[in-house]
Ligand binder design. Structure first.
Ligand code: F3S
Length: 377
């Protein structure tokens, strides 16, 4: 991989964190056949829940001694940093999680604590990014037409420190071409999350779909579809006919498959959790309307970013009058709080996939409306 003089100097930097960051980028570039480094507009770090990274991750983060050169946001933590007690989080966990947050803050990261960085920064078609967090990656590539590989938390930090990432994979136009045309069969259900869930399972590892949907999806639906596909199929990009920005910039694939949505396992939920990925303003508003003047009878937890919750203070207050709780900075998958329940109802294909694996709880799917109705009955 070609390195400029300045990049070569960074490899020899007196600052061991900077030298290590550069080494990581060069190693990745060489493994994946990058020709050079490319400047990124922003980085996004995932894997910051103490639940997931433990003491080893915390100590590694505290050992870093460098400033981030580009705007760098961070994923949800293992708790709401203000209402952690209400979530049933213990003090020991709280203290460790705060140390992780402080370590990232010291490097200059923006404490966004959300998996939807795309709601808070202008991302343009063709922008190069270094984002970890699979739902953000697939949304940026597919819906916004930006370019990012599925970074790990570590490679996103390295890219944030250097301000660059190796140019391979999704950064190269021809690697973004669809190679399978997918027709989604008209069925009884057309939930975006379930379609994404099935698609991720059905597609081969190297397949990029051009999807023909039964109807036009909103950007929130594309978000749910992509998040699910990224969770069950490790996808970094999809195209949707007549919708996504690059769908007609490539040849229509010759290979064709059909998918349909199937019924999922069922259980009686003791927690209903929405907001995977974090809720948008529109989703929060729709939930607010459904809950207006009503009281929930089951635990209903809603997850969104603190930035959005603060902007929509009145709406959040009105939602909480129904006894639903709006938590920030965290989610049902990365927080250990979910383990206090047995069966969690979600409208997210990603949470449906990960809750049993990571939180060892059962999960059942419902549309947003079905979830709210289950909480009210
Ligand atoms: Fe976000 Fe948590 Fe889902 S980080 S995409 S809400 S698993």
């Amino acid at each position: 991989m070609y390195l400029s003089k300045e990049e070569e100097r960074l490899l020899e930097s007196d600052n061991p964190t900077v030298a290590k960051a550069m080494e990581i980028l060069v190693a990745l570039g060489e493994i994946y056949g990058a020709d050079r480094l490319v400047e990124v507009k922003s980085a996004h770090i995932s894997g910051i829940s103490y639940q997931n990274i433990g003491d080893a991750g915390l100590e590694w983060l505290e050992s870093l001694n460098a400033k981030l050169r580009v705007r760098t946001t961070v994923n949800p933590a293992g708790m709401d940093v203000i209402r952690w007690k209400e979530m049933g989080i213990d003090e020991g966990f709280y203290r460790k999680q705060i140390r992780i947050i402080k370590a990232l803050e010291n490097m200059g990261a923006e404490m966004s604590l959300t998996c939807t960085p795309y709601y808070f920064q202008k991302v343009k078609k063709g922008d190069h990014l270094a984002w970890a967090e699979s739902n953000a990656v697939i949304y940026a590539n597919s819906v916004l037409g930006a370019r990012t590989n599925r970074e790990s938390g570590i490679s996103a930090i390295a890219a944030g420190i250097i301000g660059k990432t190796p140019r391979y994979g999704m950064h190269v136009k021809e690697n973004r071409a669809p190679n399978v045309l997918v027709k989604v069969r008209d069925g009884e259900r057309d939930d975006a999350a379930l379609i994404g869930y099935e698609l991720g399972r059905k597609l081969d590892y190297d397949e990029i779909p051009l999807v023909e949907l039964p109807r036009k999806f909103s950007s929130d639906e594309l978000k749910l579809m992509g998040a699910a596909m990224a969770a069950t199929g490790n996808k970094a990009i999809f195209h949707v006919k007549d919708q996504t920005p690059e769908w007609n910039e490539f040849e229509i694939p010759g290979k064709k498959i059909e998918v349909s949505v199937e019924d999922k396992e069922s259980c009686e939920p003791d927690l209903i959790a929405l907001g995977c990925p974090h809720l948008s303003a529109e989703e929060l508003l729709a939930i607010g309307k459904m809950l207006q003047g009503k009281k929930v009878k089951k635990e209903l937890w809603l997850f969104t970013s603190r930035a959005l919750a603060e902007k929509q203070k009145k709406l959040v207050e009105s939602i909480e009058r129904s006894s639903a709780k709006v938590f920030c900075d965290t989610c049902m998958v990365v927080s250990p709080a979910t383990e206090n329940f047995e069966c969690v109802m979600v409208n997210s294909g990603k949470a449906l996939e990960y809750l049993p694996k990571l939180r060892k709880v059962r999960a059942v799917f419902g549309s947003m409306e079905e979830c709210i109705n289950a909480a009210l009955s």
